[in-house]
Ligand binder design. Structure first.
Ligand code: PLP
Length: 382
């Protein structure tokens, strides 16, 4: 009896070769001690201040804690019946696939380059994947029209990850209309707090096939909490409620999430967003000025994507200095692209300094010495 192989013999075949989501956390496992600055997972640079109580921890939590749903309903201005609280937006994505895709029969549609979990969740469930790549970081509506009838779920990400830009509202509406009779269109608004006026939540009443996924992981600075929300028609919420685990939101998670949605924390969140947007604009300007940087992508989120012929040099220089960013160059259309989360002012100052120093050190000596000294002087003034 070969014990080693029993797991492989019994498991679903497609899982044997499947590669799990390469989260920033997994990729860097083990290097935690050396690394000081985390700019690779679009997390907030500092925590909020929350208190929790363990009072009712002997009891199972409510299926959907009423105070949490009320708090999010106030925040997103929708009725509680249109909201499902989940373990992060990722669980919302997974539930949608389990609800709307018959395993080994139905497909999801994605528009790469895009967020990796749509594919991972589809593979895990045995759903097929249709790709209609973005065109200049916008939707290819002709390409989408050709797939009407071939998919039950369409994932749009706005602002996009890792691209960073919003999709034009007219295009989202056009996609909703195209798939009006044949597919649920999911708009992933994980970063919508950085551009709140661009949410499509006001379209929910017009399009019964629209679903929005949200999270407290990004602008709310609560990635470790694992709390997200799915916004949809009551019919869709009722279906998702049949698929989700019976106690999806732990009591302490609900407690902290409720606090994060109260007025003082919401104000703090808006301040964080404003600071982020200022720092992002400054970093974008700086990157644009650099001769090694070929392109800076427009961003409405808490990260910037840029293209550089010196991708590995920059990535390694930062890593050596304990600064982690994300290499996106394996993604479709993103050759030589790096993604950097908008940390705080000090962290981004260090990023610039480390990159400048690395290039200065790489300059041929001694003819360039003069110039590199000058460069270093301007550096220390900033
Ligand atoms: C971070 C992210 C998520 C996942 O959010 P969680 O709530 O932490 O699971 C979903 N979609 C996109 C586009 C993201 O960037």
């Amino acid at each position: 009896m070969n014990n080693v192989n029993i797991a492989k013999r019994l498991a679903r075949e497609e899982l044997i070769e499947m590669v799990p989501y390469q989260s920033a956390r997994r990729l860097q496992a083990g290097s935690e001690n050396n690394a000081k600055i985390w700019l690779n997972a679009n997390e907030a640079p500092g925590p909020g201040i929350y208190q929790i109580s363990g009072d009712s921890i002997n009891r199972y939590p409510d299926f959907q804690p009423e105070n949490l749903l009320n708090a999010y309903a106030d925040y997103c201005r929708l009725p509680v019946d249109n909201i499902l609280a989940t373990r992060g937006a990722d669980e919302g994505i997974e539930l949608l696939i389990r609800t709307f895709c018959k395993a080994y029969r139905d497909n999801i549609l994605i528009c790469p380059p895009t967020y990796g979990m749509y594919t991972i969740s589809a593979e895990n469930h045995g759903a097929g994947i249709i790709e209609v790549p973005l065109l200049n970081n916008e939707l290819d509506l002709d390409g989408l029209a050709q797939e009407v009838g071939n998919t039950t779920l369409v994932f749009l990400c706005s602002p996009g990850n890792p691209t960073g830009n919003l999709l034009p509202l007219e295009q989202i509406e056009a996609a909703l209309a195209l798939f009006g009779q044949s597919a649920v269109v999911v708009v992933d608004e994980a970063y919508i707090e950085f551009c709140p006026q661009s949410s499509v939540s006001n379209l929910l009443s017009n399009y019964p096939n629209l679903v929005i996924v949200r999270t407290l992981s990004k602008a709310f600075a609560l990635a470790g909490l694992r709390c997200g929300f799915t916004l949809a028609s009551t019919e869709i919420i009722t279906l998702l409620s049949k698929v989700i685990a019976p106690y999806p939101v732990p009591g302490p998670v609900a407690d902290i999430a409720v606090r994060a949605l109260e007025k003082p924390a919401l104000t703090q969140m808006s301040v964080r967003v404003k600071e982020n947007n200022i720092l992002r604009a400054e970093l974008a300007d700086w990157l644009t000025e650099q001769s090694w940087c070929q392109r800076v992508f427009n961003s409405d989120a808490n990260f910037l994507l840029f293209q550089t012929q010196d991708k590995d040099f920059i990535f390694n220089a930062l890593t050596d200095a304990g600064i982690l960013i994300r290499d996106q160059s394996k993604q479709l259309q993103l050759d030589n692209c790096l993604r950097i989360s908008i940390g705080n002012k000090r962290e981004l100052g260090l990023v610039k300094q480390v990159i400048n120093q690395a290039f200065n050190q790489a300059l041929p000596q001694p003819e360039q010495k003069q110039e590199s000294k000058q460069k270093q002087q301007t550096l220390s003034e900033n």
